[in-house]
Write a protein that binds this ligand. Structure first.
Ligand SMILES: [Cu+2]
Length: 229
């Protein structure tokens, strides 16, 4: 036998429990998800590299964990490298350092892209272009940030100012692309299925077709014969 008074007590405690939530929600979820959805699906954002001069467009990106950033490359020859905030124009000491390798383009968008996945949206990712010909793009201000820290002096402008003070060339990382995937969206990912049968195969299939046709004729004849009977 369940006592109704117990249920009443339990229910009356609920408003008290919920009363604590509005304050917490007010400071967290409202700023993180402007649309009001609590669990948006992974999104993809595109950054143009060198399309509007020696800059990344946009040069500040906000992305969630699991989101992908696709870099599209424009003339003449740029790359994306991850740096540490205090050492712009030099590769990050992070083991998973991002490097697209150079992706050249003679005219318009290159047929290759570089895609990274955000593994931790609380971690800022500082990036620069390591091209030094004819002048260091990084020192010229070709830098960007993904998820800049909100309450810090580590702003993109501060990073760019540090880069401008770098003497000499930007450092090109050793080795090939890392920390992301180079892809060629313009070309099919797999070649066409099986090779076209050669030599005797077509005659075989013709033979089979002829046999089927013959069967059909025989069947029809048998049917007609049956009807005749
Ligand atoms: Cu560049």
């Amino acid at each position: 036998m369940i006592s109704t008074s117990r249920i009443v007590i339990a229910l009356s405690a609920l408003p008290l429990a919920f009363a604590n939530y509005p304050l917490m929600n007010g400071t967290t979820t409202s700023t993180v998800y402007p649309t009001g959805t609590s669990s948006p699906s992974p999104a993809t954002q595109t950054v143009s590299v060198g399309k509007d001069g020696l800059v990344f467009s946009p040069d500040t990106v906000h992305a969630k964990t699991g989101d992908e950033i696709v870099f599209e490359f424009y003339p003449k020859n740029h790359a994306v490298v991850q740096a540490d905030f205090n050492n712009p124009c030099n590769p990050s000491t992070d083991e998973k350092r991002i490097f697209s390798d150079f992706i050249p383009s003679a005219v318009g968008r290159a047929n290759k892209t570089f895609t990274i996945k955000i593994e931790d949206d609380k971690k800022a990712i500082w990036l620069y272009c390591p091209q030094n010909n004819p002048k260091p793009h990084c020192v010229q201000g070709m830098v960007m940030v993904i998820n800049p820290p909100q309450y810090a002096h580590n702003t993109l402008e501060a990073f760019r100012m540090k880069a401008a003070l770098v003497t000499g060339n930007a450092t090109v990382p050793l080795g090939g692309a890392s920390g992301g995937k180079v892809a060629s969206p313009g070309t099919p990912s797999t070649p066409s299925d099986a090779p076209i049968p050669s030599g005797s195969s077509p005659t075989e299939s013709t033979g089979a077709g002829a046999l089927l046709a013959a069967n059909g004729v025989l069947g029809t004849m048998a049917l007609l014969a049956g009807l005749a009977l």
